[in-house]
Design a protein around this ligand. Structure first.
Ligand SMILES: [Zn+2]
Ligand SMILES: [Zn+2]
Length: 477
């Protein structure tokens, strides 16, 4: 096991603070510890006991640079008491401090990064029992935000969203401490085999292992031998070569909104919800190429039943995926899994197997940089999932059939919020996850600059089920 550098520092500090030798003091404001390439930690300001005999020599190797050693007798008397709390808590009561370094200078100003480290720490302290862990999480969170941002503007928008999410989570985890009993009642919502088929969940192909079939297969079953594709955005037919690549570059021009019919003086009129343009107006969105949403039904893996001897809880997770358009249709680009207490247990960008033609960034929040820098393949994601999801693990999602298709995962124990909270008109009408969170959780999932957020959506599904179970509990009383 490797201790993070600052933990090592604490060992040093702990030793120093318990030394009974004559004391001098070092000012902590200058203790700098490198955490990684562009992240450094400064311990909080304050005086710190230091054995007079030790000199600063061997301390400098960890805490650099060391400034003026204070020798005030008053300080000695004030400071030298056995700590009332553990040394860890005592010296980590303010947020870790970032210091600027080469790489950070041009992209995001140091003060801004520090501000978010502080705010993240504040939130993590609400949900984390261990102070040290909260600091570590805050630094990691900030680092992740920083790494996702190409410039200051992107940083700010990613950071604001990350903070908002943390605030939501800490609020919810405090509100909804759920009992194990609730887990049993969750079983009432597991989809039946019929509903799975009706809702177009992928099921095992009767003859070909590793292949899936969809029963309500509307448009996804394009014959891949054909060299014609229908664009799933604008509806145009376009041609591809044997490799699946476009034979001609044609702009894809469409409206992502729906036609909404309203009464107007003298009759009715239909306008697009996206841009208020009248029906038939040229698309308000222009993309470089047409895309299709074919999903390959090969390469599926199946969750397996646990050994009868395994008596541990099979687990409940909520998940959400992002997909992008490749030459062979839709492929997984990100997956996030959250647990019962809304903590992320698995989150990764995924490199699609085939050439990406559109990252679908507007809707997915996944950008080219996210996917390109990533080496995780779908196979690896499947392996990881199978390591903690067994056949009787409950997976929660909203329209989970799409996610399972993207993950190429055959799994029968599912709870789907689009089924638990049905549209009043029945299928095929479905309420969106945004509709549901607004109505039941009184929260708006914002279509932020970064688009859809898998973590936010996965957490929202879990929260909706927690809300449902809580309401059911009230009814029983
Ligand atoms: Zn439009
Ligand atoms: Zn198109």
């Amino acid at each position: 096991m490797r201790y993070p550098p600052y933990v090592c520092v604490f060992f040093v500090l702990f030793f120093l603070s318990h030394s009974t030798a004559h004391m001098n003091y070092i000012s902590l404001g200058t203790a700098v510890i490198g955490v990684d390439n562009n992240l450094h930690l400064i311990l909080p300001e304050g005086l710190f006991p230091l054995p007079a005999s030790s000199g600063s020599g061997h301390v400098t190797s960890v805490l650099t640079p060391i400034s003026q050693v204070t020798t005030s007798a008053v300080a000695v008397r004030q400071m030298y008491h056995a700590p009332a709390v553990t040394p860890l808590q005592r010296y980590r009561t303010t947020a870790p401090v970032l210091i600027p370094c080469e790489a950070a200078k041009d992209k995001v100003p140091h003060e801004i990064r520090q501000r978010y480290v502080n705010m993240f720490t504040e939130e993590f302290l609400k949900t984390t029992a261990n102070v040290n862990e909260a600091f570590e999480k805050a630094l990691n969170e900030e680092k992740a935000v920083y790494n996702r941002s190409v410039n200051k503007l992107k940083y700010l928008s990613v950071a604001v969203n990350a903070l908002k999410k943390l605030k939501n989570q800490s609020a919810v985890s405090m509100k909804m401490k759920t009992k194990a009993n609730d887990l049993k009642s969750l079983k009432d919502y597991i989809l039946t085999e019929e509903t799975l088929v009706e809702s177009n969940f992928p099921v095992q192909h009767p003859e070909n292992p590793g292949c899936a079939v969809l029963f309500v297969d509307s448009k996804k079953g394009i014959c891949s031998a054909s060299l014609k594709r229908i664009c799933c955005r604008c509806g145009s037919t376009y041609s591809v070569n044997q490799m699946g690549k476009h034979t001609r570059k044609e702009e894809c021009n469409y409206h992502h909104g729906k036609g909404v019919t309203k009464k107007v003086p003298g009759g009715v009129e239909t306008r697009y919800s996206c841009c208020e343009g009248v029906m038939g107006a040229p698309g308000c969105q222009v993309f470089q190429v047409h895309v299709h949403d074919f999903v390959s039904l090969e390469g599926f893996v199946s969750t397996v039943p646990r050994l009868p001897s395994d008596t541990s809880c099979p687990g409940v997770y909520s998940l959400d995926c992002d997909m992008c358009y490749t030459i062979h249709g839709l492929e997984l680009s990100r997956v996030t899994v959250v647990n019962w207490s809304l903590q992320v247990v698995y989150d990764t960008f995924v490199r699609p197997d085939n050439e990406v033609i559109d990252y679908n960034t507007r809707f997915s929040g996944v950008s080219e940089e996210d996917v390109k820098g990533n080496r995780t393949s779908l196979r690896e994601v499947q392996e990881t999932l199978l390591s903690f999801v067994s056949a009787d693990t409950i997976l929660i999602g909203h329209g989970l059939e799409t996610d399972l298709c993207a993950l190429k995962l055959l799994h029968g124990t599912v709870v789907d919020t689009s089924v638990v909270f049905p549209h009043r008109l029945g299928l095929p009408h479905k309420l969106t996850l945004n509709n549901l969170t607004a109505e039941y959780l009184m929260r708006i999932i914002q279509e932020s600059v970064c688009g859809h957020d898998t973590e936010e959506d996965a957490a929202a599904c879990m929260e909706l089920m927690l809300w449902r179970l809580k309401e059911d509990g009230k009814m029983k009383k």
